[in-house]
Write a protein that binds this ligand. Structure first.
Ligand code: 5GP
Ligand code: ZN
Length: 117
């Protein structure tokens, strides 16, 4: 069923507490944890507890939870004292998506180039 945990999904395992992560925030619908391979002084992933392959699928099926991701992204940035930050949703392998459970990257704490690579 849409949104159900997937046995082979790394982020579903983090939600279930089966794989450790540096969790910095949790709500009824989301978890935020530090990326294992940070690309900036702040690099946090905000994920929905429900499983969807990417952010667009999440928004189509459960728009309120997609909005929760954005609310939580700001809370993460505020928590790390960031005035400026970038929210990234890599979607598809060609864009660098490697984990097919929707997630927002929150990047900040250094200058961020535009356009991104
Ligand atoms: P994507 O490439 O799919 O947009 O982002 C996946 C992110 O998950 C990558 O930035 C990668 O470093 C991170 N990641 C992969 N495995 C783990 C893990 O086991 N723990 C944590 N905290 N992050 C992970
Ligand atoms: Zn998942």
């Amino acid at each position: 069923m849409a949104g159900e945990p997937q046995d082979d999904c790394l982020f579903c395992k983090i939600v279930a507490g089966q794989i450790p992560a540096t969790i910095i925030r949790e709500t009824e619908t989301t978890v935020a944890f530090r990326d294992i391979n940070p690309q900036a002084p702040t690099h946090v992933l905000v994920i929905p507890k429900v499983h969807y392959a990417n952010a667009a699928d999440l928004a189509a099926a459960e728009p309120e939870i997609a909005a929760d991701l954005l609310r939580e992204s700001r809370a993460v940035a505020d928590g790390d004292g960031l005035e400026s930050y970038r929210i990234v949703f890599n979607t598809g392998t060609g864009a660098g998506q490697t984990v097919f459970h929707a997630h927002a990257h929150i990047l900040g704490g250094r200058g961020l180039q535009w356009p991104p690579g």
